[in-house]
Design a protein around this ligand. Structure first.
Ligand code: 6PG
Length: 240
């Protein structure tokens, strides 16, 4: 059983550019390590503004033959219940930054175009591997991660691996998210955080008493963290 109390490695970068490269270097090392032992590597990706440059750098790594992109299975850690061509779609973000390479990774997403969004959560869950090799996460100023928001019933989910969220405080309101169980089952978690607006949430995620219902980002506490100096400004301890 994973020890949620332990804090994983926290890497603080001086600026966003160095944060992007440090996170991409670490993920590349994980990809190469998995592919040295197994045929394929599965990664679930988050949306938002922060990770796009990291995905772009990793796409370039595949083009530079630093790993075989055709042996990568990409998934979404969360998705908005919108069609893939909608500007709010995380699938669109991944497609823009990581799927325009050859050979391209496989990409499995929950289908925003599906008529029944609640049913689609189960359909997507059935496409996930039992244990993802890596989940790439961000956090919001409120301490959410993926689409697990403070106080949400989704944070209490102990069985299902994908949850439907109908009342996201971060628009758009309808989303799917990996559940706490899916995060717990993942082999590795990495959370990438930038900006002063996240400093309090990051300090709660890493240093406040264990209460993931209040700060869902604590669910990734055991993982590795890449943060910039602004986001780290409220941490009482920093590893470099
Ligand atoms: C989403 C994201 C979300 C994101 C955080 C941070 O679909 O909204 O997955 O969980 O990771 O809100 O977003 P930023 O990177 O834009 O700060």
């Amino acid at each position: 059983m994973t020890s949620f109390e332990t804090v994983g490695d926290v890497h603080v970068a001086p600026n966003l550019e160095e944060l992007t490269d440090a996170a991409a270097d670490w993920i590349l090392t994980r990809i190469r390590g998995v592919l040295a032992e197994r045929e394929r590597c599965s990664i679930a990706l988050s949306g938002g503004a922060t990770p796009g440059p990291v995905y772009r750098r990793l796409a370039q790594d595949a083009l530079d033959n630093r790993y075989d992109g055709s042996r990568l299975d990409l998934f979404l850690a969360d998705e908005r219940c919108v069609p893939p061509d909608d500007e709010d779609s995380n699938a669109g973000l991944v497609r823009e930054h990581w799927l325009d390479i050859d050979p391209r990774p496989t990409f499995v997403r929950p289908r925003g175009e599906a008529a029944d969004h609640v049913q689609e959560a189960g359909v997507y869950a059935g496409k996930l591997p039992d244990a993802l090799d890596l989940v790439v996460l961000g956090i919001g100023p409120d301490g959410h991660t993926a689409s697990l928001f403070p106080g949400s019933d989704a944070v209490r989910e102990a069985e299902r691996r994908v949850v439907y969220v109908g009342d996201s405080p971060k628009p758009p309101p309808e989303r799917w998210s990996l559940s706490p169980r899916a995060l717990d089952d993942a082999r590795e978690l990495v959370t990438i955080v930038a900006g002063a607006a996240k400093s309090d949430a990051l300090a709660r995620a890493l240093e406040s008493p264990w209460n993931p219902l209040e700060t869902p980002a604590q669910l990734a506490r055991r993982g590795t963290w890449f943060v910039d100096a602004e986001a780290a400004s409220a941490l009482t301890r920093q590893s470099r």
